[in-house]
Design a binder for this molecule. Sequence first.
Ligand code: RB5
Length: 145
Amino acid sequence: MMVIIGSDHAAVELKKAVIAHLDEKGISYRDMGTDGEPCDYPVVAKAVCREVLSENTMGILLCGTGIGMSMAANKIDGIRAAACSDGYSARYTRLHNNANVLCMGQRVIGTGLALELVDIFLETSFEGGRHQRRVDLITALESEE
Ligand code: RB5
């Protein structure tokens, strides 16, 4: 699996920790920035989400709260981004929502918890079944005026 990752300046330290964690687990990743210079989180969200869609894989977006990244990411058709700060949400947003982007906030959660959420998110599969219909209904909203 190839994970696409990005952060703004408010979450560079968390991004380094997540990257080290992915390295330890032998999971390949593509880092779309920032390297630390101040930037606008929607720009990074767009770059990461475009890669997630073209590689048909998962993304991780990090900012101060995780919320701005999730708001920007969810504007992009095909992206289902979830801002998570607990394990239950990280698990169920994969099981039920088939989320393809995990968003977290460096100013909200500690590094240990964030790494746990990464593991849960990447290791949990979508349940399908009745949840597929609901995810399809989310997708249908993209073409409504
Ligand atoms: C940057 O200061 C901060 O606004 C950003 O990282 C994020 O928290 C926005 O949602």
